[in-house]
Every structure is written in C-alpha cells, then in structure tokens.
Ligand binder design. Structure first.
Ligand code: MG
Length: 327
C-alpha cells in the first residue's frame, strides 16, 4: 500500500465572540478536513487549518493545492513546499493516521491553559473556568492603551485566587518601550511568561529583553513553522517556544527537533476541530519528551457546541459539504 485517494470537505464556524488580538478581530474559523482512503479501504483523517496572520497559506491556496494533487504518496507529501505548512501538517498527519498503529495512541496528560478574552471581559471570564478546574489562563494584550491594560492587569491579578497562573500574549503588537513597561510589571507579579512581545523580525531585541527581565519570554509568531523554530533555536533563543503544531509543517520533523533538543515547549491550539486536535493530543504530544507547561488547548468556551468537536470523525465528515468545484 503506497498511495491513497484524497477527498476534501470544508468547515466554517463562527467564534461565540470575535477573538480580539493585536492582529485584529477574528470572527470565523475556516478549515478543510481531509479523508485518505487506500486500496484496502482503510481511512486516515487530517485537517488543514491555516492562519494567514501567522504567515501560513490561505484557505484558497490550500484548496487549490490539494485539488492539484493526484494520488497521495509519502514521496508527494515530502515535496509539499514550505510555504504551505498547514497543508503539510494536514496531509502528513492524515497519512500517519492511515498507516500507523492506533494502539499506541494515548491522551496527553497535561493540564490546559485557558484563553481569556482581551480587555475587561477577562475579569468576567476566568471565574466559570476556574470553577471547572482551570488553573492556567492566557490573556491577550496589546489591543487597548498601555495604561488601560496595565490597570486591568492589576485587577485581574488581585482577583485571581492563589494557585492561578497567568500568561500574557501580545501577538507581536508591542513597541520596545511598551514591552519594557509590561515586563517591569510582570516581574513584580510572577507572570508565567510574556508571549511574542515584539514582531517576528525583532528577534535580537527580544533576546535583549530576555537578559533584562526575570519574566520568561515565549516566541509564537516568530516560530510558526518548524523551519523558523530551528532558525530561532540556532540564533540562541533559550526561552519558551509556543508551537501550534497544526500550522508548523511536517510533524515528523517537529518530532525529530523536539527529541534532539531539550526545548521549553508550550503546545498551542489553532482552534482546530476534533480531527487535528486528536492527532496533536493523542499522537504527537505523547510521542515527545514531557513538558511541565500547561498546554494551550483550553479554547472550548470560544465556540458553541458543535459536531466538529466530537470524536466520531465519520459523523463530522457527513455533516460537511464537499469542497466545491471552484476555488
Ligand atoms: Mg500567541
């Protein structure tokens, strides 16, 4: 068995409330589900969930690329261009799901980090999550004025019970001066880490910030793909790497990198459906060295209940329409 037939279906799901980050407002998650079927009728599921703001291909580019593919083979998957990291993830993970031993799957044991909305809404949102057992929270910053957000941070920190952990994510939206102000405050409150304070082209400045402040820094937009991750690692980044596996490109290469180097990793969701989520949580993460960091998959509250989140992939598939004849 060396090849499989590819079928595509697309999904669209609105966020309960638009996700506000320094990239702007995000109201609709769109993606593509893949089904590979081999000659024996075995099936492998995959998902392409691009985020253009992170430098991935667009939905249109992904659909166009997938439509151009003949029978899927491992050789073809190896030749997917680096500019299509979400396609690479989707097809490679689907191939693995088709061919690998299901018996080795196990659920990742790590606790989740839960995403709070930006601005003052964070003050209302942590409590129901806390009551359900959440202990690590992430708050998006860089969307309102510095003073406003620093003020809200004080409120949030004094409201959170002892035992809560807080991460901040600027999505690359701070200036150097603002990042310094944030980090002074973070150092006082033992914030777990500040994520992507500056844009991806300012790695050397972020390395300087690491030297100046105690609060750990994490790269996210800087390390969207495995190739970028390798580059930042080579350039001396010793802080945290936030890895969104679903847009990182080849999972095999990601595995190899994480097995070769003792990286401080935080796994992070891209608001994927149960299909990519299953692969990441049950196959990818358990195959790698364990990390103490909570994983950023606490995003359930961002969507209404949906068939897209349940574990019967056939049922998800049946609920969707075939990707139309045109891109
Ligand atoms: Mg981030």
């Amino acid at each position: 068995m060396d090849s499989a037939r590819l079928e595509l279906r697309s999904y669209r799901r609105p966020f309960r409330q638009p996700l506000k980050t320094s990239h702007g407002l995000w109201s609709l998650r769109e993606g593509i589900l893949l089904r590979l079927t081999d000659a024996e009728g075995r099936v492998g599921w995959g998902e392409i969930a691009p985020i253009v703001e992170f430098g991935t291909e667009s939905m249109g580019q992904a659909i166009q690329f997938c439509r151009s593919l003949p029978q899927i083979t491992p050789e073809l998957i190896d030749q997917i261009p680096a500019e299509l990291p979400a396609c690479r993830f989707g097809l490679e993970s689907a191939w693995e799901m088709l061919t690998a031993d299901k018996a080795i799957e196990q659920a990742a044991a790590s606790p989740y980090s839960h995403l709070l909305p930006a601005g003052a809404n964070a003050l209302l949102s942590w409590q129901p999550l806390w009551q359900q057992g959440a202990r690590t929270f992430k708050w998006k910053i860089g969307v309102a004025t510095l003073n406003e957000e620093l003020n809200l941070l004080e409120h949030l920190i004094s409201a959170l019970p002892a035992g809560a952990r807080l991460r901040l994510d600027a999505n690359g939206g701070l200036s150097w001066d603002a990042a310094c102000e944030w980090l002074q405050v973070c150092d006082r409150y033992a914030v777990e880490f500040l994520e992507q304070p500056l844009p991806p082209d300012q790695l050397s400045q972020m390395l300087q910030l690491c030297d100046r402040y105690k609060t750990p820094l994490a790269l996210d937009e800087s390390v969207t793909t495995v190739e970028q991750l390798e580059m930042c690692h080579q350039q001396g980044w010793q802080g945290i790497f936030v890895i969104k596996a679903a847009i990182a490109g080849s999972p095999a290469r990601l595995r190899q990198l994480c097995q070769t180097h003792p990286l401080d990793v935080v796994w992070s969701s891209v608001f994927e459906t149960a299909i990519a989520r299953h692969y990441i949580l049950n196959r990818l993460i358990p195959s790698l060295p364990a990390s103490d960091r909570a994983i950023g998959f606490g995003v359930k509250s961002w969507f209404a209940n949906s068939v897209l989140d349940q574990p019967e992939f056939e049922e998800i598939w049946r609920s969707l329409e075939t990707v139309g004849a045109r891109g």
